[in-house]
Each structure stands twice: as C-alpha cells, then as structure tokens.
Design a protein around this ligand. Sequence first.
Ligand SMILES: [Zn+2]
Length: 149
Amino acid sequence: MQKFIYKLYKFMYGRYGIDELYKAGLVLCIILSIINIFINTRILTLIELLLIVIIIYRTLSKNITKRRHENNIYLKQKRKIKNKIILIKRKWQDRNTHIYKKCPKCKKVLRLPLKKGKHTCKCPICNNKFEVKCRRGEKIEVEVIKRKK
Ligand SMILES: [Zn+2]
C-alpha cells in the first residue's frame, strides 16, 4: 500500500492538482449528470465527458502558471457575481430606508439615506460632490454639480 502511495506521490510531483475551478467543474458535472438522468441526450453526455477530460487535464497539467491564471480568472468572476447578489440582497433589505446609487465619477456604489428633497452627497472614495433629488421618497435623480480631481 505504501509503495502505491509513494508511486502516486511521485507521479503527482510537479503537477497542478486540485483547485477551486476543479471543484466547480466537478459540481457542474454532477449537476449535468443528474439532469441527464431525466432528459437523456447525447449532447449532454458529450459535454460531461469533455468536462471530465478538461478537469483531468487541468489536474495533471505541469503548466502550473497557466492553470493558476485560469483559476484566478474564475475566482474573480465568482467574486463579482457574489458581490452583485449581496448588493441585490442589501438593496431589498434597505428598500424603505436607503437608496443605492453609483458615484458619477468613480462608479462606486454608495448607500444613501432615503430623504425627500435635494441633497448634496460626497463620495468617500473620490471626494466627488454630486446632488441627489428625491421625490415622494421613491424616485431618485443624481446630478453632478462639482467634480474634483
Ligand atoms: Zn466617487
């Protein structure tokens, strides 16, 4: 048994191995397999096989830099989607008390209190001042009145 483990260790030495993209690919493969139980199409089977080949290729690859780069791209996209979901959740939770608006200059999303009338806001990131109009506590208009560099 120890001989087998040693051989496996020797085989995997210098190879990329498992990462987050591997796990995501595996989960996707399992989901596709479950869907394929019900609809049973060759296209889905082919996609599954292709996915398995890609997963195995990535795990056994010796080009670690490229595999790490692919994983980083995946993690970046995952983070973006996760942040969007969090923002949607927060917008829904604060819908009666706050409004979320993008800064016209740096495009950072700001959480502003929902007050009727005109208000001047200052972006904490870029110090840009802009005016916010709030009518009937629902509709918000954003106008830039001053820009700083
Ligand atoms: Zn800003």
